[in-house]
Write a protein that binds this ligand. Structure first.
Ligand SMILES: C[C@](O)(CO)[C@H](O)COP(=O)(O)OP(=O)(O)OC[C@H]1O[C@@H](n2ccc(N)nc2=O)[C@H](O)[C@@H]1O
Ligand SMILES: Nc1ncnc2c1ncn2[C@@H]1O[C@H](COP(=O)(O)OP(=O)(O)OP(=O)(O)O)[C@@H](O)[C@H]1O
Length: 267
């Protein structure tokens, strides 16, 4: 059984305070985008995890897919599986790729072994693997608060626009990015700001990670500025970076950005 695990972008991101558990409270809008990893689970004699495609830094035994399998195995009598991952979503990019793999594997195991888990139960498992992970269970645009894993449905549809992702050759660690941040107290909640016309997002939506991440990696800000010069209606870093996305009114080609970055069109 296999699944196509998609990435996400953050439409606005406010870091609103530090929590007693060391995490931060945030508010953001998660929006799914069309760039995919492939996650497969096959019957096997022993548990393993095979990774192809983009190399994942660190130890293969630490892959979040194995963590997701072990989490369910604690509560269910799962037989050994060969977990196969074709990695395509850029890593250290703020696109939630690892979280997506884990969430989609939870959904696959639930279907394959008829575990009868509800969406809420699967979200509760996913929450234990990472703040971004639970979003990918429902995988529809949501307003998120708390650690980024408490959701309110939101109606937002960007399908009439042309979305572009630009991934520079920079890996931003999420933990480091949170370390470098100053919490803010937004006057207006993103829940309201997101309903402004798209033409007003540039002046009103912000990602609180941009200030500190742009200071450390000025090339990311250069990309954002270049996207606006190329006609983007709205452009922003996603999550803790390093990826920058842009929303255009119609199809574009960005050869200058392609020279030094990975550019994904119509995501
Ligand atoms: C930046 C975002 O991508 C925005 O969607 C997410 O908040 C990050 O979520 P994630 O990658 O799933 O994060 P986790 O794997 O849970 O946590 C990695 C590290 O980021 C920090 N972290 C993460 C989420 C959060 N709300 N506050 C935090 O302070 C913590 O130091 C944590 O040890
Ligand atoms: N299946 C996986 N895919 C990607 N990274 C993984 C995976 N399993 C474990 N990791 C570890 O997680 C780290 C970053 O994961 P990921 O790509 O989700 O982060 P990101 O792009 O910063 O996204 P976000 O911070 O929005 O979750 C990697 O450096 C890697 O060591």
């Amino acid at each position: 059984m296999l699944a196509f695990a998609n990435a996400k972008i953050n439409l606005g991101l406010h870091v609103t305070g530090k929590r007693a558990d060391g995490y931060h409270n945030i508010e953001t809008i998660f929006y799914p985008v069309k760039i995919y990893d492939v996650v497969e689970t096959l019957d096997a004699d022993v548990l393993s995890c095979t990774i192809r495609g983009t190399a994942i830094p660190g130890n293969a035994g630490d892959n979040i897919c194995l963590k997701a399998y072990h989490l369910l195995k604690r509560d269910f009598d799962l037989p050994p599986q060969q977990l196969c991952l074709l990695k395509n979503i850029p890593i250290g990019a703020g696109l939630g790729g690892g979280s997506a793999d884990a969430a989609f594997l939870i959904k696959l195991l639930n279907d394959k072994f008829k575990l009868s888990l509800s969406q809420e139960q699967m979200e509760n498992y996913a929450r234990q693997l990472g703040a971004d992970c639970a979003f990918f269970i429902r995988n529809e645009a949501v307003y998120a608060e708390g650690k980024g894993d408490e959701f309110t449905e939101i109606s937002i549809d960007l399908r009439e626009y042309f979305l572009v992702l630009v991934k520079p050759d920079v890996h931003v660690s999420t933990a480091e990015a949170y370390d470098g941040i100053k919490s803010t107290n937004p006057i207006t909640s993103l829940k309201d700001l997101i309903h402004l016309p798209l033409s007003e997002w540039k002046a009103n939506l912000r990602n609180d990670f941009e200030t500190s991440v742009f200071l450390k990696y000025p090339e990311i800000e250069v990309i954002k500025n270049n996207l606006y010069q190329s006609g983007a209606i709205y452009a922003s870093m996603s999550g803790s970076g390093s990826c920058v996305y842009a929303i255009f009114g119609s199809a574009v080609k960005l050869p200058e950005l392609e020279r030094t970055n990975n550019v994904f069109y119509n995501v």
